[in-house]
Design a protein around this ligand. Structure first.
Ligand SMILES: [Zn+2]
Length: 456
């Protein structure tokens, strides 16, 4: 099934080389789209040499040896996408469990090189945290097991098949995380791949332009949210900034034209812009509203084997339903337009009022811009937008030795275009202040958002 005609007939995704500028951080080279021909009852018998374990999706029914070969019989007792993988190697297996919201257990198996035990706890805790949290938030995990299989560094990617995720050796199995400030990409990428069990497998997008954001943006967003739960919302800047930088560099290398997000056909949009604007939306409307929209979206389309399958407009409809009128501008800006900000902290002074209390005067500049598909920008005409204003004490270290951000003040203000001066009081000695200090908005120059506080 590899000719273009076959791909069309079976509703298969385009070949990776046919995808325009498909630069994919996880190297997920096959994208998943559904039509009504794609769901199968999966059962397989696979054999390997006796020293190895062969893994495929489905539950292990039986294992035996015959004639110098080791056999494994797997049955998936619920329909899955015709999307599966076989991995065989000399594995050690770490076995543990994740707990579902109703208390039932999901078997976890981490198949790894016997010498690569360094970061097993990171893979494991992403699975344990994610299965509990995603089930509670988006609807129950659909399988009784979840596996991860290391494979050699001939290639660097991780990819989510039904209850089965091959994960390259070079992608964290031997990584050194001694510095507590190192970005725990093992946890993050494992969370992303796990989230595909919901976004991609429970909900499979239809074959229309923009629909892949359902898989990738929601998986990346879910990984951000799990990370927020682990690191704390005030320590998210490094993650958000990473997504922002990747999006900005993606669009600056755009060779043809940048579509609006709802019609996205580029990896730099569906990963980085997608995660950022969904994170920004939950920050504006609140985690509960966001969760209820995604839960309802999964209720409408999850585990469906017959059309209609959702496209980007279906997800938009659910998000729109939970967004109050006063914040609809944000949805419209991020999905239907290409929107950028120029936010900048110009000057900040602190006057000590009493012992430990300061009056802050912060001068900021802000401008929203709309870009057309060729990158031509013009200032937006608008009254004001909600933007974070923040003041920070000195950073310190948390109990894990990790750098901790210490906000004295973080509030959304309605900021008009042009210059604004904002005055308020904080308790504690201010060191840094700024506008959108965590980089939640798509800012062309994110580095000038925060500056040092002058105390006088
Ligand atoms: Zn993905």
């Amino acid at each position: 099934m590899n000719s273009d005609e076959d791909r069309k007939k079976y509703g298969l995704p385009p070949k990776p080389e046919d995808l325009p500028e498909h630069r994919d951080p996880y190297g997920e080279r096959t994208l998943l789209f559904a039509d009504d021909a794609d769901f199968i009852q999966f059962e397989t018998v696979v054999s390997t040499i006796p020293s190895q374990i062969a893994v495929a999706p489905g539950y292990l029914e039986r294992e035996w040896e015959d004639n110098g070969r080791r056999y494994f019989h797997y049955i998936q007792d619920t329909p899955i996408q015709a999307f599966f993988t076989f991995v065989s190697a000399e594995f050690d297996v770490l076995r543990d469990e994740a707990v579902m919201p109703d208390g039932s257990k999901v078997n976890l198996e981490i198949f790894h090189d016997p010498k690569h035990k360094y970061n097993l706890d990171r893979f494991l805790s992403a699975y344990q945290d994610g299965i509990t949290y995603f089930s509670k938030t988006y609807g129950d995990f659909q399988f009784r097991q979840m596996r991860l299989m290391e494979f050699p560094r001939y290639s660097t990617f991780a990819q989510s098949f039904p209850n089965t995720v091959p994960f390259a050796e070079s992608f964290g199995w031997v990584a050194d995380f001694k510095d507590p400030d190192d970005f725990d990409y093992v946890y993050y990428v494992t969370a992303h791949e796990l989230a595909h069990q919901w976004w991609g497998h429970q909900i499979t997008p239809n074959y229309t332009r923009g629909s892949n954001l359902i898989s990738e943006s929601l998986a990346e967003y879910s990984a951000l949210i799990l990370t927020k739960r682990r690191y704390g919302k005030d320590n998210m800047k490094r993650f958000l900034k990473e997504e922002l930088d990747n999006y900005l560099s993606g669009r600056s290398n755009e060779g043809k034209k940048e579509n609006t997000f709802i019609n996205t056909n580029r990896a730099y949009q569906w990963y980085y812009k997608g995660s950022l604007i969904l994170y920004g939306l939950q920050d504006l409307i609140g985690q509960d509203a966001m969760d209820s929209a995604l839960y309802a979206f999964n209720q409408e389309f999850g585990l469906k084997e017959t059309p209609p399958f959702p496209g980007s407009y279906d997800l938009y409809r659910h998000l729109d339903a939970v967004t109050p009128d006063s914040l609809k501008y944000y949805l419209d800006d991020t999905w239907n337009k290409i929107t950028l900000y120029d936010n900048k902290a110009e000057e900040v002074q602190a006057k000590r009022i009493t012992e430990g209390e300061y009056e802050i005067t912060l001068k900021v500049k802000s401008q929203k811009l709309y870009s057309d598909e060729t990158g031509r920008e013009e200032n937006a005409q608008y009254e004001s937008d909600y933007i974070d204003i923040g003041v920070f004490a000195a950073e310190d270290k948390d109990e894990n030795g990790r750098t901790r951000v210490n906000p004295l003040y973080i509030q959304k203000h309605k900021i008009r275009p042009g210059e604004s001066t904002i005055t308020f009081k904080v308790k504690g000695e201010p060191v840094k202040a700024g506008i959108d200090p965590y980089n939640k908005l798509i800012d062309r120059l994110p580095d000038d958002n925060s500056i040092a506080v002058e105390i006088n």
